[in-house]
Design a protein around this ligand. Sequence first.
Ligand SMILES: [Zn+2]
Length: 329
Amino acid sequence: MSPARSIVGVDLGGTKLAVGLVDDNLGILARTSGPVATESPEACLDELYRRLDEATAEYGPVDALGVGTASMVDFRAGRVVLSTNLPLRDVSLRDLLSERYGVPVVVDNDANVACLAEFRYGAGIGTSEMIMLTLGTGIGGGIVANGQLYRGASGAAGELGHMVIDYDGPRCQGACPNRGCLEVYASGQAMGQAARDTAREQPDSALGRALAAGDEVGGPLLSALALDGDPLAVAILTDIGEKLGLGIASIVNIFNPELVVIGGGAAQAAAILLPAARRVVAERALRPQRDEVRIVPAQHGVDAGVLGAAALAIIELFPDEAPARGGRG
Ligand SMILES: [Zn+2]
């Protein structure tokens, strides 16, 4: 019987910051979330400290912190190197947090920790070759090869959202110097932009009427309308799902995964995105890869980040106590 551990998992996304208390069986005991401060590095860190101060005061003593951040991370050094959608670069986040809270801290890329949660305790149970794409503000990627999270030379591998699908396409977001990245076409940001453009161009559509009524027109409304059967919203998300499929086709050719898991807050309409993506993969990817891969929605939804960050902390810091794969709950 392992001793009871309390781990705080942090999901620092490009838009949203979630903090949760997780037990050593990876049950989420408490959870708070709010917007991320993106005006400056100081504001971003202050908001993170404020949330963590509140959470640790409320949760009582904790054994460790696990952090997933929407950044390129030097995993061994626990350092944020660069972020596309956050104002953080060259920040020794692990050292800052472990000094402030007096507990061991593990920091990794947010898509990596979500990937770990799905691989060990979600959709990926039973596989050894798995890819995860998280559709959020941007698109994050996680690679599991031969049963291990693949991190690359400096821990920054898996930026699958920055795969170019149109060499002369629009500029990518934030700190990415490239053009035509998958993230430009299939992220939450892209869905929001498509919804707003359509609302303006077609004032008689459901999106147009929502805009006229002063409702917030963005990805969540687009997904809700599509899931409700609104034909225009379905058409927009089908188009986005096909773009996603273009990216997945390349991923399938390169990695030959058994499973591609699609998660993140903007994957709410997976029921529309995934069939479109599967169709493009079936048409465009090579054999035998395309015949072997399954493309499925994530099981942990918006909690994958918090859960994965806590799971990473347990696996890295208390490896003998980590719940067996699939053995959570
Ligand atoms: Zn890019």
